[in-house]
Ligand binder design. Structure first.
Ligand SMILES: *[C@@H]1O[C@H](CO)[C@@H](O)[C@H](O)[C@H]1NC(C)=O
Ligand SMILES: *[C@@H]1O[C@H](CO)[C@@H](O)[C@H](O)[C@H]1NC(C)=O
Ligand SMILES: *[C@@H]1O[C@H](CO)[C@@H](O)[C@H](O)[C@H]1NC(C)=O
Ligand SMILES: *[C@@H]1O[C@H](CO)[C@@H](O)[C@H](O)[C@H]1NC(C)=O
Ligand SMILES: *[C@@H]1O[C@H](CO)[C@@H](O)[C@H](O)[C@H]1NC(C)=O
Length: 454
């Protein structure tokens, strides 16, 4: 009896708010030129059955006192929607020792449920507060989720970024419009992506051949590349990842997914890259058992944590000579699926195929990555060449919403360009909480509940 009560309680807690009422959340728009200029967006739905009378945006926690809102919005009618406000994000400062340069504030504060930045949204009927949410950092959401530590990584929902290193830190220094509008794919640098809760990074690496590559084993010659351009140096990103897992104890999947410049017919460049990765991340990378071809996605957070090795490195080992190709710190790449060349109808159908995990689905019980992105080519049919931001502004909210339903239960890695116009980290967190609950109550959890979800 008690167990059924627990289940009922859980359904009310988790499924209830998602379906019955009308949750609001804040995201960061893709309209501004730089991150400073980006505006806050208010989102609601899907299927907001009982809209509130009004919502307010605040720069302080509205549950503490009756502050005046910075902005008030009345008359929300649609069941799903998004409004871009005029409120600029401004300069971001992370609390609790989570700025990259906060080296001395050790240890950083643990925020298992995230920590609000000073941007809140609350919904009301009259003076009755209905919901409140905030724009938040989530530097330790995964490590502290109940019941999740023992679940194999292939069954967790990990929010990720596509072209994770394709960001610029200084827009005025970057002259090329091509780079700024078409090749940059993220608002945030890798450090900030991780602080916001991203747990999968996709790195596309290029190598600048030069005459003086002996100096430091060529470390400075490795760059993040997108299409055929060098965007930003690689080493700083590897150091951010290392810093971050050491400060947070979180799990990060680091995927070396493509090598568009300088690698072709240069096996020695792959070896140089391997040595750089080994030097920067060798002691935080999970070591797999190569002799029984262990699949890294079968491991759990707990198992990585016990060895204090929190980074899973995915790398195409067949490009390396022996014995580097048998290095225990490299995991074979996972299957990848991308929507980049699909239109919207095709995208929905493709997602249905992948996320249903039916017997004929190309995804089975394994680690896999879904890139919810749109390529430049796909938008050529429309009259104007869309920028990377315009493409992400279109596709991200849709994918975000579709994953809130039953498909999210079968997601593993979901990676996007410019993830900041979604609440994908919250979605992943909620679904993982639910999975943790299911897995720790497996014995009496049966078809009944699952059928509720489908
Ligand atoms: C808020 O008030 C509206 C009518 O003004 C009503 O339709 C809605 O159900 C109310 N919402 C809640 C959660 O009470
Ligand atoms: C509500 O929906 C209508 C029709 O789809 C649309 O024109 C309008 O912009 C939407 N309003 C908001 C605030 O999303
Ligand atoms: C960005 O680059 C410009 C031009 O090189 C420089 O003047 C400015 O100080 C830089 N800004 C930052 C924040 O580094
Ligand atoms: C690796 O796998 C082999 C073959 O299954 C096994 O004999 C060995 O004990 C494993 N090594 C470790 C460290 O688990
Ligand atoms: C998407 O592409 C398919 C196949 O090319 C085509 O039949 C369909 O009409 C397209 N749908 C839209 C909405 O453009």
């Amino acid at each position: 009896m008690a167990k059924y009560k627990l289940i009922a309680w859980y359904l009310i807690l988790l499924v209830g708010p998602l379906q019955a009422s009308c949750p609001f959340f804040l995201t960061i728009s893709l309209t501004g030129k730089t991150l400073h200029d980006a505006c806050l967006e208010v989102n609601w739905g899907p299927d907001c059955a009982a809209p509130p009378e009004w919502i307010g945006i605040y720069n302080r926690d509205p549950t503490i006192s009756n502050f005046q809102p910075e902005m008030r919005i009345d008359g929300i009618k649609n069941r799903t929607g998004k409004i871009t406000t005029h409120i600029k994000l401004g300069k971001l400062h992370y609390p609790g020792g989570w700025n990259r340069q906060d080296l001395n504030e050790s240890p950083a504060t643990v925020y298992p449920k995230g920590k609000c930045l000073p941007h809140y949204v609350a919904s009301y009927n009259g003076t009755e507060l209905l919901t409140v949410d905030c724009l938040k950092i989530q530097p330790n959401w995964l490590a502290h989720l109940k019941g999740v530590a023992q679940i194999p990584i292939k069954r967790l929902f990990l929010p990720g970024t596509h072209a994770s290193g394709a960001f610029v830190t200084n827009y005025s220094k970057t002259k090329s419009m091509l780079v700024k509008d078409y090749l940059v794919a993220q608002h945030f640098d890798v450090w900030s992506q991780l602080v916001f809760g991203i747990r999968y990074l996709d790195l596309s690496v290029g190598y600048k051949h030069s005459d003086s590559e002996t100096m430091d084993n060529g470390a400075d010659n490795f760059w993040i590349a997108n299409e055929n351009m060098f965007i930003t140096p690689l080493t700083a990103i590897l150091r951010d990842v290392r810093q971050f897992v050491q400060r947070s104890g979180e799990l990060i999947v680091l995927d070396f997914s493509s090598f568009p410049i300088g690698f072709y017919k240069h096996p020695e460049v792959y070896s140089l890259l391997y040595r750089l990765i080994h030097k920067e991340l060798g002691d935080v990378a999970y070591q797999r058992n190569v002799s029984n071809n262990e699949q890294c996605a079968d491991r759990s957070y707990q198992e990585l944590h016990e060895e204090k090795r929190h980074v899973l490195l995915l790398f195409p080992t067949q490009e390396l000579p022996h014995p580097e190709n048998e290095s225990p710190i490299l995991c074979p790449p996972w299957k990848r699926f991308s929507t980049s060349y699909l239109n919207l109808t095709q995208t929905v159908n493709y997602m249905r195929l992948l996320f249903s995990k039916k017997p004929d689905s190309p995804v089975q019980d394994e680690g896999w990555i879904f890139y919810g992105v749109k390529s430049m080519e796909e938008t050529l049919n429309s009259h104007k060449l869309q920028t990377a931001k315009e493409r992400a502004a279109f596709i991200n909210p849709k994918i975000n919403q579709w994953l809130k339903g039953p498909w999210g239960m079968n997601a593993n890695v979901v990676a996007m360009d410019y993830f900041s116009n979604t609440n994908i980290v919250d979605v992943a967190r909620e679904i993982n909480i639910y999975k943790g609950f299911l897995s720790s109550n497996e014995k009496f959890f049966n078809i009944e509940l699952l059928s509720l979800w489908h």
